[in-house]
Design a protein around this ligand. Structure first.
Ligand code: ATP
Ligand code: MG
Length: 659
């Protein structure tokens, strides 16, 4: 199959042109040609392009091969150009070849034409390929150069000896040199010769040089490069070795100036140090404030205790003095009874203060007897007791209080009923006292799978931030002589012992909400509580032995017991008590704990050894809370002084019901 060939023939003779065409066709080319014979013709043909070769006659009437060659070199430099002439002399042929013609052939030797065309086509093709490869290479070189120029960090090429063979403009600028000046210089000796403190940096310690020895990448961020002007620049650098045929051919170093980062690091470190110092000072100040707060609170509490007891003692002393110093009063049993009633009331008040204060601090004991309590019942009972009072007050003031109930049915907790009742009563009275001009009292109960919640809200005067902050503090009150400031303190203590929480939300002029959360009653607790429910006390006279060294207290206990219909014997100390116990038969012993010689614990222990079933109530000061006796004495119940008639009656009933 013929190879297509597009030939531009510069020739004045059509005949010669056909001859050339014929020779080429015979040589295996499918020829497409155009014949031109002037400079304009050549220009127009070249402008159309797409020629594979130019074959030119040497001499034409208006033109010649050298002029045609010149045009071709200008307009299509890669195009093969062959001169075919019948008369070209050697001299002209040489000058045509010098001017860039690729061959010249005599018309009488056209056998050379086809091989010459084939050869020139091949060479033109290889010239084309080389040119496009060179163009691609040049393009790539320019692109790489612009990337390196634009890079934000210094990039430097090293040969195997650590001599700089390339550095980008950014790198040169960072070290204050012209890029050209650095080429050929050893990097370590030029930029890296000393450490920051200006001591010499030995080559064997240099990580850059190490890369060229060990073939590993090295990274550093605490060294400096030395600028041309003698200043040090802190740098971070990475040196990557270049491997070639299993040898280290050099390395690429990338580096950047980290002056700003170092300054920021130092500033950060300094501000951290300052922050640490401030935190330590803050901590110390907080401790001092906490200590001062604690001392203030203690001082306020001591003041409260002193104020309350002063009040109580003044009343007791005053009325006692009145009786003792006014003979006419002693003569009047009515007046004496009257004063004694006052003294008793004052003492009760004092005892109440002690009880509430004690509730605030008393820790929970493992022996504490809790049972299942429905919060709704407690609230209803407290409302029942308190409501008539405030209804009456409200009516006289014409400022009614509306009670709203938002209660979930049966909210069961495991608790001491009397204590919870005391808490709710305290909260209710505070709420009512805060609504002097009437308002809405809302009681809420609810529960989820872990906790029961009780809330008491009022629309009263609310609390300032300071009052809200201090309201649980013992003796803190804003009610002057009308309040002891112990209601919330004892409520707080009681809720703590129930492993619960009490919180307050309040806003001045809008009202307050006290919220109590308690652990709900587990199934197991429900069972054990059911089994432990106390039986009703037995209701018959008992033979009781009272062992008490203080005559007045003994007399009071005897009076209480006798007025309940019991038969009582007394002993003034432990020995007498033991003697009487051995000599007679008793249903119950009431023993004072703090007695000289044989004390209450020892006596109880001896008695329990003789008769382990003998019921004993041990009477004590308030370091112990009333409850079942444990420890060496094994008393059935411990009763704290001072106690009233009802408390003793309840204790007796409880002990006798339990046996
Ligand atoms: N619901 C409430 N609304 C506004 N202030 C309250 C409320 N409850 C308590 N407070 C504030 O908290 C203080 C302390 O209350 P707390 O019950 O401990 O003592 P008190 O009511 O002053 O006296 P006490 O209860 O001993 O008679 C009150 O004096 C009052 O200022
Ligand atoms: Mg109160």
């Amino acid at each position: 199959m013929d190879r297509p060939l597009r030939v531009l023939i510069v020739e004045d003779s059509e005949e010669d042109c056909l001859l050339l065409n014929d020779v080429l066709a015979r040589g295996g080319y499918g020829v497409t040609y155009r014949r031109v014979e002037t400079a304009e013709g050549v220009k127009a043909a070249l402008a159309e392009g797409n020629w594979d070769i130019v074959i030119s006659d040497h001499r034409m009437p208006q033109f010649n091969s050298l002029a045609a060659l010149k045009l071709c070199k200008e307009l299509a430099s890669n195009l093969p150009f062959i001169v075919v002439s019948g008369s070209i002399g050697e001299e002209l042929a040489v000058s045509a070849m010098k001017a860039g013609a690729h061959d010249y052939i005599m018309k009488d030797n056209l056998a050379r034409l086809v091989p010459a065309v084939t050869r020139e086509l091949r060479e033109a093709e290889s010239r084309r390929q080389r040119q496009s490869a060179e163009q691609a290479l040049e393009q790539w070189r320019r692109r790489t150069e612009s990337i390196l120029d634009a890079a934000g960090e210094g990039i430097c090429g090293l040969d195997a000896q650590g001599v700089i063979n390339f550095i980008n403009p950014r790198g040169a600028k960072l070290v204050g040199w012209e890029a050209g000046e650095l080429i050929g210089k050893p990097l370590h000796e030029t930029l890296h010769h000393s450490r920051e403190d200006r001591t010499p940096f030995l080559k064997q310690d240099c990580s850059l040089c190490a890369s060229l020895r060990d073939g590993l990448a090295h990274w550093m961020d605490d060294e400096v490069f030395w600028r041309k002007d003698g200043k040090a620049v802190p740098v971070e650098y990475t040196c990557m070795p270049i491997q070639k045929d299993n040898n280290i051919a050099g390395a690429v170093l990338t580096f950047q100036d980290i002056t700003e980062r170092k300054e920021a690091d130092n500033a950060l470190r300094e501000s951290n140090r300052r922050l640490e110092r401030s935190l330590t000072e803050l901590h110390q100040t907080q401790q001092q404030i906490a200590e001062q707060e604690r001392l203030h609170a203690l001082g306020r509490m001591a003041g409260g205790v002193a104020r309350d007891f002063n009040g109580t003692l003044s009343k007791i002393l005053g009325f006692t003095e009145l009786i003792l110093t006014s003979p006419e009063k002693l003569g009047s049993p009515e007046a004496v009874r009257d004063h004694l009633r006052m003294i008793s009331a004052a003492a009760r008040e004092g005892s109440q203060v002690v009880h509430r204060l004690y509730e605030f601090h008393r820790p929970r004991r493992d022996t504490e007897q809790f049972k299942i309590v429905d919060l709704n019942t407690i609230i209803e009972r407290s409302l029942l007791l308190a409501e008539p009072k405030w209804r009456q007050e409200g009516q006289t003031r014409d400022t009614p209080i509306e009670v709203r109930r938002e209660m979930q049915p049966k909210v069961l907790v495991f608790a001491d009923e009397a204590e919870l009742q005391e808490v709710v009563t305290n909260l209710l009275s505070n709420a009512v006292e805060a609504m002097a001009r009437g308002g809405i009292l809302t009681v809420r109960t609810s529960q989820d799978e872990n906790r029961a919640t009780l809330e008491i809200s009022d629309t009263g005067e609310g609390m300032t931030e300071e009052v809200r902050h201090r309201c649980f503090e013992p003796f803190f009150t804003t009610k002057g002589d009308c309040g002891t400031g112990l209601g919330l303190a004892s409520a707080y203590g009681i809720i703590q012992r129930h492993r619960g929480e009490i919180q307050v939300r309040s806003e001045v002029g809008k009202g307050s909400t006290f919220a109590i959360q308690l652990p709900i009653c587990s199934g197991q607790q429900k069972q054990s509580s059911h089994q432990g429910t106390l039986a009703a006390p037995k209701d018959h006279p008992l033979r009781v032995l009272v062992v008490e060294d203080e005559p007045m207290v003994r007399e009071m206990e005897v009076e209480y017991l006798i007025s309940d219909g019991h038969v009582v014997e007394t002993a003034g100390d432990g020995s007498e008590g033991l003697r009487k116990f051995r000599a007679s038969k008793f249903d119950l012993l009431l023993i004072d704990r703090a007695m000289p010689e044989i004390n209450g614990d020892q006596l109880t222990e001896t008695i329990k050894k003789i008769n382990p079933d003998m019921p004993v109530i041990l009477v004590t000061g308030f370091t112990e809370r009333p409850g079942n006796g444990h420890g060496p004495h094994r008393a059935n119940l411990i009763l704290s002084k001072p106690f009233c008639h009802a408390t003793l009656r309840k204790a007796v009933g409880q002990v006798m019901a339990a046996i």
